[in-house]
Design a protein around this ligand. Structure first.
Ligand SMILES: O=C([O-])CC(=O)C(=O)O
Length: 162
């Protein structure tokens, strides 16, 4: 696990794309980053559950949940699965629940808010497509870095300046 400081990355790589500040840290990792896997789903976390039960080493799942504040797309059970499968973290343009448990996990989690209701699971959602939220477009396979200062996207892997 690498430690990333997004202000230092922004200074070192002026072309990074900075997502509009709106995410909060809910995970046990204060800083995380990796190669992006994209998923777009609205109030249905079927794809999130499936993906976080596949190998995630070096990867961050980026979920465009349409900004819905009406249900959570991730909780402690799916969070446990993400840890088991080696994911670096999850960035959710939407909500999470079981936040006290998420805070104990060796996983980065950034989302808009906590929400106690679960989502439906009807198998609806698209994987690997281009996402746009927070003023930024994110492609599957790009790189994302997050800490308590913000969330940034780059088309190449970044390393901390020495
Ligand atoms: O099961 C869900 O839909 C979300 C959740 O609460 C969990 O991951 O524990």
């Amino acid at each position: 696990m690498s430690h990333y400081v997004t202000p230092d990355l922004c200074d070192a790589y002026p072309t990074v794309r900075v997502i509009t500040p709106m995410f909060k840290n809910f995970g046990g990792r204060q800083s995380f980053g990796g190669q992006v896997v994209t998923v777009k789903c609205f109030e249905d976390n079927s794809r999130v559950k499936e993906l976080l039960a596949t190998d995630g080493k070096g990867k961050v799942l980026v979920v465009d949940g349409g900004g819905s504040l009406r249900c959570a797309l991730l909780g402690d059970l799916i969070g446990d699965s993400a840890v088991k499968y080696g994911w670096e973290g999850v960035v959710i343009y939407g909500c999470v629940r079981d936040v006290d448990a998420l805070a104990q996990l060796d996983l980065g989690v950034q989302a808009l808010a906590a929400m106690p209701l679960k989502s439906v699971r009807k198998g609806v959602g698209e994987v690997g497509i281009s996402l746009s939220f927070g003023g930024v477009t994110i492609q599957d396979g790009e790189y994302i870095y997050a800490d308590n200062n913000g969330v940034i996207v780059a088309d190449q892997a970044l390393s901390m300046p020495v």
